[in-house]
Ligand binder design. Structure first.
Ligand code: F6P
Length: 550
């Protein structure tokens, strides 16, 4: 049965037709003085304000009924207990097991996963400590100073986002290690690093769940050539001193030449976009130290526990998911902007793009029926204050409805030692918060945000009524960041349950990979062009012509 046929869905449609479709947010605020209190939730260091969403307590009640009819409470238990929620790949999605404390118990299909998780964390710690103590030496005996993560998608975005978000939590070590990230298959990021890094003191992490991703393997091969050319000597020695592998495929790592001692393993039941909590998080641990990495895990675990135990009415991930369902499926808002008011979260929109769009960008249900409702909206975003000087024009006066997530820390710069500098920076933080609140207010109220007796010309008018959520965290630290990421992970899962789709596979990316392999063969061999369409043929011929004439 389609979710559209449930009683709750029909009740929501009725609410839409009997006023909710057209009601303006300013009216909702005029009608009820206590919206902030009614729609604010708090858990694991995160406050979530959903009062600027175009809903009422009655709409929320029906959304909660929809969640129950869709089996969300049972789904949460299935996910956390390690049942095979990834149906097309017939396996659990157990990223939550990666952040269980050492003394927890979770047996999945007869195997104690907590033990395996902590054994890997301990191996990771040994490796991290060796690097941070300056004990990991390159082939010529010099201590490693730079680590380059070679990975893409989930093997890049999570570690990149978290390391950028936590510059104030750098590992407290005598020996400094810088971390860098190269993901692009065209080699542009890597070529830049190889222009100035010292091969004697550079270590590469090959991060790939499948250890078969061409983007990462081609970067790895370029990196190996660079080292071999500059350091000379035995290639196997270079691999031993300058490469670490993180993957679920030990055989493939060994075949590539990664020393088993330098291999960190994780498991098939960790999805790529859910993997920063596993050894894929190695660059994070190198940057912030293992204690802070464990705090990140603990913060996510606190959100997991909240998700598991809080009633749906008070459950942050569930509520965030439900407002998303209301916006997409009833208010028909299919664009969703992520707007952090903290420059350290510059990679968060990109990270959420993969998390949400690769998880829920689906159109076939678990029973292989084509959905007759919308699923994941288009997720995009940017540092909020920078966006204000770019695309906020469209948010305020364009024709597209866009739901926005505003994110900001309550406290920042309190620990800056220099008193004067601290004052300046705290004032900048206040400015950022003021802008965050001002923007969500204007998006909500439009012209009514200012009192005026005159009506401005049309081009100066603001219609308002753009819904938004605001997330405040006490401060941006490993624990709150862990909780924030887990909050979105679980939101995605709840939406997947309601939309009846598999949030943990990503078949939509496979065909492009296959066609690219065939296309590369045609470009390289100049054979088989006739099998292509007219446009692709024309483009390839332009490449041949252009490269011949260059
Ligand atoms: O092509 C998509 C994808 O499989 C993502 O799901 C994944 O995060 C990324 O590629 C990288 O995959 P891997 O870690 O196996 O190299």
């Amino acid at each position: 049965m389609s979710i559209r046929e449930t009683q709750a869905w029909k009740a929501l449609e009725d609410q839409l037709e009997s006023g909710m479709r057209d009601i303006h947010l300013k009216t909702l605020f005029q009608e009820k003085a206590s919206r902030f209190e009614d729609f604010s939730l708090h858990a694991a260091g995160i406050q979530l304000d959903l009062s600027k969403q175009r809903w009422t307590p009655e709409v929320r009640d029906n959304l909660l009924a929809l969640a129950r009819e869709a089996g969300v409470p049972e789904g949460i238990q299935r996910l956390l207990n390690g049942e095979r929620v990834n149906r097309t790949e017939d396996r659990p999605a157990l990223h939550t097991a990666l952040r269980l404390p050492r003394d927890a118990k979770l047996e999945v299909e007869g195997v104690d996963v907590v033990d395996a998780v902590h054994t890997t964390l301990d191996k990771m710690e040994t490796l991290v400590d060796k690097l941070l103590e300056g004990q990991w030496r390159g082939a010529t005996g010099k201590p490693i100073t730079d680590v380059v993560n070679l990975g893409v998608g989930g093997s890049d975005l999570g570690p990149l986002m978290v390391t950028s978000a936590l510059p104030d939590f750098e590992a407290n070590s005598a020996h400094e290690i810088a971390t860098h990230f190269a993901s692009t298959m065209d080699g542009s990021q890597l070529a830049d690093f190889l222009g100035w890094l010292n091969p004697e003191t550079t270590l590469f992490i090959l991060s790939s769940k499948s250890f078969g991703t061409i983007d990462t393997l081609s970067n790895a091969s370029t990196a190996l050539d660079w080292l071999a050319k500059r350091l000379g000597g035995d290639e196997n020695l270079i691999k031993r001193f300058h490469f670490v592998g993180v993957s679920t495929k030990p055989d493939k790592m060994t075949e590539w030449g990664i020393d088993p001692a330098n291999q960190l393993l994780f498991w098939d039941w960790v999805g790529g976009r859910y993997s920063l909590w596993s050894a894929i998080g190695l660059p994070i641990a190198i940057r912030v130290g293992m204690d802070n990495f464990r705090r990140l895990l603990a913060g996510a675990h606190a959100m997991d526990e909240h998700f598991r135990t809080a009633p749906l009415e008070e459950n942050l991930p569930v509520q965030l998911a439900l407002i998303g369902i209301w916006n997409v499926n009833f208010l028909d808002i299919r664009s969703h902007a992520v707007l952090p008011y903290d420059g350290r979260l510059k990679h968060l929109p990109g990270y959420f793009q993969q998390l949400e769009m690769e998880s829920n960008g689906k159109s076939v249900t678990n029973d292989e029926a084509v959905v007759d409702y919308s699923t994941c909206p288009v997720i995009w975003g940017e540092i909020g204050p920078n966006g204000q000087h770019a695309f906020y024009q469209l948010l305020h006066q364009g024709t597209q409805p866009v739901a926005c997530d505003f994110l900001a820390p309550v406290n920042r710069y309190n620990n800056v030692e220099d008193e004067h500098f601290r004052g300046d920076l705290m004032a900048q933080h206040r400015l950022a918060l003021a802008n965050c609140f001002a923007q969500s207010r204007v998006l909500m109220l439009g012209d009514d945000a200012v009192k005026s007796d005159t009506t401005p010309p049309g081009y100066k008018r603001y219609r308002g009524n753009q819904p938004s959520s605001t997330m405040l965290f006490d401060s941006l630290n490993p624990a709150t960041l862990g909780a924030l990421i887990a909050l979105y992970e679980h939101k995605v899962f709840v939406q997947g349950v309601i939309w009846d789709i598999d949030s943990f596979d990503q078949w939509g990316v496979e065909l492009g990979k296959q066609i690219a392999t065939e296309t590369e063969e045609i470009i390289a061999t100049q054979q088989g062009l006739d099998s292509l369409d007219d446009s692709s043929r024309g483009l390839i011929e332009s490449i041949w012509r252009g490269q011949r004439d260059a």
